[in-house]
Design a protein around this ligand. Structure first.
Ligand code: ATP
Ligand code: MG
Length: 696
């Protein structure tokens, strides 16, 4: 296969770029990800760069997997490549260099919930009871610090509140260390610290990585940017793609500014723009462009397509969220006569919106798959297994130990745990070691049986760590009695989930020959369910717009397009409407052939029925691209109105039977025009019913 096949001249240039820093700055669907993939293949195949000397950073693990798949047939093996998300690359480095950081090799990785519960414990220990300082607040403070690569010792607190947050940050880091655990932020921060403090290690990696490539560069945070910069050697082969209009993670510390900083930090930066969109119809692209045009903080770019105009974008305003959901279901059923269900995606702004949609799909008998929301691996029965794995690999992980020490019940109660805690405090031990010590000292007395059982099972399983993941898990379930416990309780759903989990282990084993349970656990810590989503499996995909980034679907529904929901009320209050608008742009540009936008007039929010107003983003869509779905024909009926023929835009010359001729100056809301009539002056008219006609 010719690596340049089918590429346009600008795409080719990007693939063939000789050396030095390069930024591909281009809009949605212009082939950025495609070009990045080809570039990696090109470097190996044509330039003879060893795969292991290429660091390619993708935004999701799924994207990394796809890239490996695409590269595999081109290269004989893609295995040596360093392809993955920032987090998975950080983890790989940490596992290799844990020694230098004084970290145990088998350290645990805490997710958001575990992080919160550790923070709660820290607060309890510090005796902090302050309404202003909630665990969530502390968590977001710490996260923000880590996004900006700020360690506790770097901060000069600006007041009493920050002083306390800062001291909790310190206590929390300390607690992580005691548990031999890291959080997600540390997966970036610790490698950064490692490289800063160990020039010898840094220069080893600098020599290794001859090329660094980054997809979705607009959503990198400061810590990630610093990490990349640090890794560049004298050749400075940094090759990134991004779109400032698609930066949607500002709330998580992403800085579009990194794109601007690139030019400052690399004066010889070469910028290539891609202007042809290969994904969407002209109508979809035009509609998306008409929305994003309203942002002031953007570089602005032209994007065109040769796909033809395609069908109009449908806009539907329904009476309630149930009707909206039913309408989505009906429309899908209708279109599915000619399309596979896997071609449809339904987006919403927040996870809570999925419930009503799910119910409607269930009623219509439409199979669907939810991505995001409660992730499979966050189910309690699965978390139990994961906690066991962590204790087995890392007995210092006291958080995980507390989760499973009495699951299944071993008669270990609060008193035993208190005794253990006391020993742990007294001798500065982990809970696991404190149990061993307590057994030695005989402090558990009559209660000793349960802890002996637990410790025995853990050490038995520790002896089996070299088994392949599936076999190991089977033994774990057997030895601990976890599966039998759920079976005895008649919890069929949980039993099913555990079996599904075993299948996931089998699948992992097959994809990663020679892997062990450690590898599987690392994999689990990093995957999200977007990663396992397999398009075209005959199911409609439901997800938040954030999760849809980088993906594409033939048919897209964007639901709940109402003020307060999208743009989200919080963003409006905080003056972040531009990020919401970028999110809207991201959502619309996922669609290849058909795009449906919908809103409800009334919606139940936190149990209360709220009167909703259509989103300002709907107003911003150029009328020319829309057709309106009317519901006035009754709940089952509905018809498509000829909005497109009658649509007015600013600047149109119009005629009114009473006011005569005039010019449209602007729009207010979706259907109110402000017209300056030559004779009658300024009027506001609601269209329909105002009998207004376009002239000329
Ligand atoms: P996003 O900004 O949404 O991440 P992107 O710029 O990364 O989009 P890709 O996902 O790489 O765009 O490409 C969009 C679609 O266009 C894909 O289906 C891709 O295969 C196709 N495509 C890209 N370039 C070409 C080309 N030169 N010829 C034909 N198809 C192309
Ligand atoms: Mg992309």
């Amino acid at each position: 296969m010719d690596l340049l096949e089918g590429l346009n001249p600008a795409q080719r240039e990007a693939v063939l770029h000789p050396s030095g820093p390069l930024l591909v700055l281009a809009g949605a669907g212009s082939g950025k990800t495609l070009v990045l993939t080809r570039r990696v293949a090109y470097l190996v195949k044509e330039r003879g760069v060893p795969p292991s000397s290429i660091l390619a950073i993708t935004f999701t693990n799924k994207a990394a997997g796809e890239m490996k798949e695409r590269i595999r047939p081109i290269l004989s093996g893609a295995d040596g490549l360093w392809i993955g998300t920032f987090h998975s690359i950080g983890l790989r480095i940490l596992r290799m260099e844990s020694n230098a950081l004084g970290l145990k090799r088998d350290f645990s990785i805490y997710d958001e919930r575990e992080r919160l519960s550790l923070i709660r414990e820290c607060m309890r220990r510090e005796g902090i009871e302050d309404e202003l300082i909630t665990p969530e607040r502390v968590a977001s403070y710490i996260e923000a610090m880590k996004n900006d690569a700020i360690a506790p010792e770097d901060v000069e607190p600006s007041g009493h509140l920050e002083e306390r947050l800062l001291s909790l940050y310190r206590v929390y880091e300390d607690a992580l260390r005691k548990n031999s655990a890291v959080d997600f932020g540390n997966l970036i921060l610790l490698p950064l610290r490692l490289f800063r403090e160990n020039p010898a290690i840094l220069s080893r990696y600098r020599e290794l990585f001859q090329h660094v490539l980054v997809d979705e560069f607009q959503d990198t945070n400061l810590a990630q940017y610093q990490l990349i910069r640090l890794l560049l050697n004298g050749e400075r082969n940094l090759w990134v793609v991004g779109d400032d209009d698609q930066s949607i993670y500002g709330w998580r510390g992403a800085r579009v500014r990194n794109i601007l900083d690139l030019e400052r930090d690399f004066p010889d930066l070469r910028v290539i723009r891609l202007e042809e969109n290969y994904r969407s119809t002209g109508t979809i692209l035009g509609a998306a462009n008409s929305v994003i045009r309203n942002n002031t903080m953007r570089r602005g770019k032209t994007l065109w397509t040769r796909q033809g105009e395609g069908e109009k974008v449908t806009l539907a305003i329904l009476e309630s969220e149930e009707e909206e959901a039913n309408w989505v279901g009906r429309t899908i059923l209708d279109l599915s006569k000619e399309r596979d269900l896997g071609e449809f995606a339904i987006f919403y702004r927040t996870n809570a919106q999925s419930r009503v949609l799910e119910e409607a799909l269930l009623r219509s008998g439409i199979p669907y798959e939810i991505l995001g929301g409660t992730r499979f691996y966050e189910r309690a029965e699965i978390k139990d297994i994961i906690a066991y794995l962590r204790v087995i690999l890392n007995p210092e992980d006291s958080q995980s130990l507390l989760r499973v020490i009495n699951q299944p019940p071993r008669g270990i109660g609060r008193r035993t745990i208190e005794l253990t805690r006391a020993i742990a405090e007294r001798d500065s031990l982990s809970l696991f070691d404190a149990i061993l010590k307590g057994m030695e000292e005989g402090v558990f007395r009559g209660r000793g049986e349960g802890v002996r059982l637990f410790v025995g099972q853990i050490s038995q399983l520790q002896g089996l760590l070299c088994l392949p993941p599936f076999d190991f898990l089977e033994r774990l379930l057997h030895v601990t009695g976890l599966l039998a416990m759920w079976e005895d309780k008649g919890e069929e759903g949980r039993v099913e989930n555990i079996k599904e989990f075993l299948s996931a282990a089998k699948e992992f084993e097959e994809d990663n020959p020679g892997s062990d349970i450690r590898d599987f656990l690392d994999h689990l810590s990093l995957v999200s369910d977007i990663d396992s989503y397999d398009q075209g499996r005959g199911k409609v995909a439901l997800m938040t717009i954030h999760s849809a980034k980088g993906l594409e679907f033939p048919v897209v529904f964007m639901t709940g397009m109402e003020e307060g929901l999208f743009p989200h009320g919080k963003a409006v209050a905080e003056g972040d409407v531009e990020e919401e608008r970028r999110l809207c742009y991201v959502g619309m540009t996922r669609a290849k052939e058909r795009l449906f936008l919908s809103a409800a007039r009334r919606r139940r929010i936190f149990g209360k029925i709220m009167e909703q107003r259509p989103s300002r983003f709907l107003d911003e869509v150029d009328r020319h691209y829309l057709r309106l779905y009317r519901v006035d024909a009754g709940p089952e009926g509905g018809s498509f109105g000829p909005v497109d023929d009658r649509a007015f835009s600013t600047g149109d010359l119009v005629e009114h039977p009473a006011f005569g001729r005039g010019k449209v100056l602007g729009m207010k809301g979706r259907d109110v025009l402000i017209v300056s009539f030559h004779g009658a002056g300024l009027k506001k008219l609601k269209v329909p019913p105002a009998p207004l006609k376009k002239v000329g």
